[in-house]
Design a protein around this ligand. Structure first.
Ligand code: HEM
Length: 109
């Protein structure tokens, strides 16, 4: 909710306007991300996602109303994925290789 009249991206926003950030669009914006829809976990390597990567990475929201349990959720997700990887044999059903395929490097043998 805007607390005063302001301007955002050349739009005049009157005081009291409800504003919703479109995280879906931000996370897929090619002006912000290289190949936004490609699975490239290495894009986060060495990046401090705690500061929302300059507001372009906001799965838990940002600011005063951001998710208060982001830390818990992140740990639980890691644990869940690690358990799935450990407890099941995984194989691909579509062998199409992407240029970001890292299997050769990490899963030999
Ligand atoms: C993958 C897991 C989760 C995701 C992606 C997520 C994401 C979000 C998002 C996007 C918001 C809204 C932020 C905003 O309004 O700007 C939010 C709010 C909230 N989340 Fe989560 N959340 C997750 C897990 C959890 C868990 C595990 C808890 C509690 C145990 C939790 C509790 C809350 C609460 C209480 C709010 C409301 C905060 C407020 O309005 O002040 N979330 N979350």
């Amino acid at each position: 909710m805007s607390s005063q009249d302001c301007e955002i991206a050349r739009f005049n926003i009157p005081e009291g306007t409800m504003l919703l950030g479109n995280a879906w669009a931000i996370h897929r914006d090619p002006n912000l991300w290289e190949d936004p829809t490609t699975f490239k976990p290495e894009r986060f390597q060495g990046v401090d996602v705690d500061v929302c990567y300059n507001y372009k990475y906001i799965p838990f929201g940002v600011g005063r109303r951001a998710c208060p349990r982001e830390g818990l959720a992140s740990h639980v997700i890691q644990l869940a994925i690690a358990s799935l990887i450990q407890c099941f044999e995984w194989e691909r059903i579509n062998e199409k290789k992407s240029r970001y395929d890292r299997r050769d490097r990490y899963c030999r043998g």
